[in-house]
Write a protein that binds this ligand. Structure first.
Ligand code: NAD
Ligand code: DAU
Length: 341
């Protein structure tokens, strides 16, 4: 803590730092906080890629290839840090429907291991979670999620994230772990795995495959650029009140068919050049975040509010980084095809 009450970490562990949002956060910290050293702990599952961290100077980051469920390793790393920022997870809803088991292990047991280490060493702990813990809203409901919304997760993925949030709350209340939680809406930007909606459709078009839309295409997601998420996490880590939850969102509600048509138009395709495919079982209808608490209390505000410009930059990134995704495209599509999606 400095004399303004702000937490000033010098060494932080970022779990899942080789994944989509974690790697963007690591780049953000390295670029904006020169006095902070980052240790990335990542198991490099199918979703992790060390390439996402290319260009980061060696003296700013240590990469540890390991599992958050490895109690001994987690204990050793936690003994020499000021904070743990926990991104690592199994993150994809469709995978959780096909095979829930890894979600239980990583999302629940992994969080437990990190909390035990944070408890033992008195380390500050920030937990990255999702708006999906609140379930879904109807399309015509004026309500948005707030920190007071009851938990009502729908999928194996979101139920394991909800369970992990509950562990954090319990470890804070019972053991005094210095923890905060953030629940964010759908992120987009560079380094997102091509199994996810926006990069799947962009890379389909780049490969001459027709994009795939689930169900009636009217499901709403609340999009935020991943850089805005990173800035929000930093402000919560350093200025957030211990024991509190903050919702992160950028007023980016859009339905899937509009997002897809926008991608098609930007990539020179006709608006109907896509396939309707089987809906996701239990598919959440709408997510919407009210981030008033974060904005009022901590002064955060999103910068990337022009979604069309953000989409253009994301399309450009996937077009310019084909080697990053081409090697996994066929297998990703084969998995979807087997599910009728
Ligand atoms: P991702 O799937 O792209 O990356 C996950 C990372 O975690 C990978 O690098 C993977 O190798 C690593 N990992 C998985 N299991 C591990 C284990 N047992 N030990 C160590 N590392 C492991 O995920 P993402 O989309 O970047 O999501 C990151 C976090 O943000 C997750 O906790 C997710 O629930 C949360 N979140 C995601 C979004 C979104 O829109 N993607 C929105 C809100 C919250
Ligand atoms: O809300 C935050 C969550 O956002 C995170 O917690 C998750 O980790 C992240 O994966 C994301 O979950 P979604 O299920 O909303 O994202 P996904 O990219 O899988 O799908 C977005 C929407 O697009 C959803 O309504 C399903 C639909 N979809 C998805 C794919 C892959 C399609 O219509 N076609 C597709 O091919």
């Amino acid at each position: 803590m400095n004399d303004t009450g702000e937490f000033k970490p010098k060494r932080i562990i970022v779990t899942g730092g080789a994944g989509f949002i974690g790697s963007n956060f690591v780049h953000y910290v390295v670029d904006n906080h020169p006095d902070v050293h980052v240790t990335v702990l990542d198991a490099l599952t199918y979703a992790g890629n060390k390439e996402n961290l290319a260009g980061i100077p060696e003296d700013r980051m240590t990469f540890v290839h390991g599992d958050i469920c490895d109690a001994e390793l987690v204990d050793k790393l936690a003994s020499d840090t000021d904070a743990i920022v926990h991104y690592a997870a199994e993150s994809h809803n469709d995978n959780s429907i096909a095979n829930p088991e890894p979600f239980l292990r990583t999302n629940v047991e992994g969080t437990y291991r990190l909390l035990e280490a944070a408890r033992k060493y008195g380390v500050r702990y920030h937990h990255i979670s999702t708006d999906e813990v609140y379930g879904d809203l109807a399309l015509d409901d004026p309500a948005r999620f707030t920190e007071e919304t009851p938990y009502r997760p729908s999928s194996p993925y979101s139920s394991t994230k909800a369970a992990s949030d509950m562990l954090v709350r319990a470890w804070h209340r019972t053991f005094g772990v210095k923890a905060t939680i953030s629940n964010c809406s759908n992120n987009y930007g560079p380094y997102q795995h091509i199994e996810k909606f926006i990069p799947r459709q962009i890379t389909n078009i780049l490969c001459g495959i027709r994009p795939k839309l689930y169900g009636d295409g009217l499901n709403v997601r609340d999009w935020i650029h991943t850089d805005d998420h990173s800035r929000a996490v930093w402000v919560i880590l350093t200025k957030g009140r211990i024991g509190e939850t903050y919702l992160i969102g950028a007023d980016g509600e859009k339905n899937n068919i509009d997002v897809l048509r926008s991608i098609l138009e930007r990539m020179g395709k006709s608006a109907d050049d896509f396939d309707w495919v089987r809906d996701r079982p239990g598919h959440d209808r709408r997510y919407a975040i009210d981030s008033t608490k974060l904005r009022r209390e901590l002064g955060w505000t999103p910068i990337h509010t022009d979604f069309a410009a953000g989409l253009d930059a994301t399309i450009e990134w996937y077009a310019n980084n084909r080697t990053w995704w081409e090697g996994v495209k066929a297998a990703t599509e084969a998995k979807y095809a087997a599910q009728g999606q």
